[in-house]
Every structure is written in structure tokens, then in C-alpha cells.
Write a protein that binds this ligand. Structure first.
Ligand SMILES: NC(=O)C1=CN([C@@H]2O[C@H](COP(=O)(O)OP(=O)(O)OC[C@H]3O[C@@H](n4cnc5c(N)ncnc54)[C@H](OP(=O)(O)O)[C@@H]3O)[C@@H](O)[C@H]2O)C=CC1
Ligand SMILES: CC(=O)N[C@@H](CCC(=O)OP(=O)(O)O)C(=O)O
Length: 310
């Protein structure tokens, strides 16, 4: 017999549950009332038939897979007969696909409602979460011209590279610090361009350091090239956009002159700051988040709750 309680329970299959992001989502969903995780036999976690069976049973399929495997998983859902689970994809595969809703609830008014109603939601990338949060309000409000030459610097903990990179670091086989993306073609650029609304391709210089998780995204600006906008204008625009008490918060910098990436580890929120010097007319916008939190599993659980009304 089914109780009303059971009727409200939503079944969630995490394809890639054993990976870095999958494990974190599973753990966080344990605390969400009404979320029932249906798990695959670990011995069959890459078996197409076993995965299809789970997909058929699920209300929502969460993909925590490499891009190609995520595309294959979507094709598997599409080929199911008589079942149409909704999909949340944590990979890069569908983030700029018009048929998918971008899963950044705070990106602009109405986005959370679009996520709640969507069949297919793409979870944002970790670096784009910070850069889009800083840039989009400024572009939309006309404070930053859309063709402004923007450079996005960023540093991530090594868990951002998934299981393989974690193993390299933990076996002592990786350098302390590495700049990368120096082919100007990092996989996040299409997503950065589309959702910042910048018309000029930004220069994106990511880096990875010898710490497990945590992330900073920083964007230096010469304010005299901004047509009169002051650092206070930038901060006010961001503060008005995000308001108080949400997961994206604008923090006044006061006397701070440094910031480190690990302070939000384990948290699902993100902090935005505008560092500046009035005399030199220079500013640096900084976003701080946990790449595994608001940059991955935190955003995923936020989207799961929106999609399933939990
Ligand atoms: N780590 C992070 O900070 C972030 C990650 N993401 C995205 O989330 C996705 C997952 O990343 P992450 O968790 O870090 O990666 P991991 O490598 O840690 O995990 C991926 C998991 O998928 C499994 N897998 C691979 N191919 C298949 C397949 N064909 N069928 C079933 N399972 C498969 C892997 O198994 P095995 O290890 O045995 O190959 C592994 O368990 C990626 O697309 C990534 O871009 C998004 C935001 C941030
Ligand atoms: C340190 C590191 O390697 N980070 C990854 C980004 C994280 C990732 O692959 O996930 P998302 O695209 O879903 O954010 C990279 O630069 O490819």
C-alpha cells in the first residue's frame, strides 16, 4: 500500500554516483526530505542495461559523468519506452544547448522558475559560476560595455579535475601550482561567452593548486576605461542584483587586501567582492566559492530541489 508520504517521494538516479561530484550530491541529498536515491549495483555501474533500468524508474536522472558519457546517457533516456525522467547534467555537454535550461538560479530574475519547470537542466561549470555572477549584472545594467576587453583569472583546488587529478595530487605526482588553458580554448569559454553576455571573447587563465577544494575567480578592471563607473557603482550594481540572504552574497571589502580560496569549503554559497583603489582608478572583482559546493554539488542539489519541488 502507498501512503501519501510515498506519493511525494521523488526517485533520483545519479549516473556516475561513485565519482567526485556524484558522491557529494548523494551525501547532500541524504538530508533532503522526499528525495529517494535509487542506486545501481556498483559492479554494474557502467552497464548500459542496468543504467537504463534505473533511468526508467527515476523521476530525475542526474548525470555526473564525463561529457561524452553524459551525451550517451541522454540518448539512453531518449530511447526509453514509456518513461520520461527529467535530467540534470553536471557535465559541460549541454550548457550552451538551446534546448536545455542553464541551472544558475540566481543568474537573473525568473531563472529559478525556469529551472523548476524544465525537463532538462545543465548545471553550470565551477569557474563560470563565479565569472558569470560577477560579469552578467554589470553587462546587463550597462556598467560594463559588452565589448569590454575582459580577463578572467582563476584558481581551483585539484578536486576540480575529478578522480584522475585527485589521484595524481594525492600520489604526489603533480606540481604545487600550474597555469593552464593557455591554448585560449578552455572548455568553459562557450558557456562564459553565452551567459556573461559579453560580445568580446574574454581571456580566461585558470590555474590549479595543491589544495583539495576551493576556488577564486578574479577579474581586474581599469575603471577609467569604464565610462565613469566607480568601484562603488560596481559593488552597488552587484548588491542590488543579488539582494540579501541568498546563496550569492556581495561582501564589502573594507580594509581587506587579500583573499584565499578555501574559506567556503563545505558551503554551498558564493561570495562576491569588489577590491579597489580610488586614487589609481583600478578594481579587481573577486568571486569565492567551493568548486565542489556552489561550483558543483551544491548547485546540483539546489536545482534538484527546484525541479522536484523538494
Ligand atoms: N569536480 C568538480 O569540481 C566539478 C565537476 N563537474 C562535472 O561533473 C562531471 C563529473 O565530474 P567529476 O565527478 O569531477 O568526475 P570523476 O572522474 O570524479 O567522476 C566521474 C564518474 O563517472 C564514471 N563514469 C565514467 N564513464 C562512465 C560511463 N560510461 N558510465 C557510467 N559511469 C561512468 C567514472 O568512473 P571511473 O572513475 O571508473 O571512470 C566516475 O565514477 C564532469 O562532467 C565534470 O565536468 C562540474 C563542476 C565541478
Ligand atoms: C582544476 C580543473 O582541472 N578543473 C576543471 C574544471 C572543472 C570541471 O571539469 O568541471 P566543470 O566543467 O563542470 O566545472 C578544468 O579546468 O577542466
Amino acid at each position: 500500500m502507498t501512503s501519501p508520504q510515498d506519493n511525494q517521494t521523488k526517485k533520483i538516479f545519479i549516473d556516475g554516483e561513485a565519482g567526485t561530484t556524484g558522491l557529494e550530491i548523494r551525501e547532500k541529498l541524504g538530508a533532503v526530505a522526499g528525495a529517494q536515491i535509487i542506486s545501481i549495483d556498483p559492479a554494474r555501474r557502467k552497464d548500459a542495461q542496468a543504467r537504463r533500468e534505473m533511468m526508467r524508474e527515476a523521476d530525475l536522472v542526474v548525470l555526473c559523468l564525463p561529457d561524452d558519457a553524459a551525451r550517451e546517457a541522454v540518448a539512453m533516456v531518449d530511447s526509453l519506452e514509456g518513461a520520461r525522467p527529467r535530467i540534470l547534467d553536471a557535465s559541460t555537454a549541454h550548457r550552451t544547448d538551446h534546448a536545455w535550461v542553464y541551472g544558475f538560479a540566481e543568474m537573473e530574475p525568473g531563472q529559478a522558475q525556469m529551472i523548476a519547470a524544465a525537463d532538462r537542466v545543465a548545471n553550470p561549470g565551477c569557474y563560470p559560476t563565479g565569472a558569470i555572477a560577477l560579469l552578467r549584472p554589470l553587462v546587463e545594467k550597462g556598467v560594463l560595455p559588452e565589448d569590454f576587453p575582459v580577463t578572467i583569472n582563476a584558481v581551483s583546488g585539484y578536486s576540480g579535475g575529478g578522480r584522475q587529478m585527485i589521484e595524481q595530487y594525492e600520489q604526489g605526482e603533480a606540481p604545487n601550482f600550474t597555469l593552464y588553458g593557455l591554448n585560449f580554448s578552455h572548455k568553459h569559454l562557450p558557456e562564459l561567452l553565452k551567459y556573461t553576455k559579453l560580445a568580446r571573447r574574454p581571456i580566461f587563465v585558470p590555474s590549479v593548486g595543491k589544495f583539495h577544494q576551493g576556488m577564486l575567480i578574479s577579474i581586474p578592471l581599469h575603471l577609467d576605461l569604464l565610462g565613469g563607473a566607480s568601484a562603488a557603482d560596481l559593488e552597488r550594481t552587484l548588491a542590488n542584483w543579488y539582494g540579501d540572504g541568498g546563496l550569492v552574497r556581495v561582501i564589502p571589502t573594507q580594509e581587506e587586501t587579500r583573499i584565499e580560496p578555501e574559506a567556503l569549503n563545505g558551503a554551498d554559497r558564493m561570495e562576491l567582492r569588489v577590491f579597489s583603489h580610488p586614487e589609481y582608478a583600478q578594481a579587481v572583482l573577486v568571486a569565492r566559492l567551493d568548486n565542489l559546493g556552489k561550483g558543483a554539488s551544491g548547485a546540483a542539489v539546489q536545482n534538484i530541489r527546484l525541479m522536484l519541488g523538494l
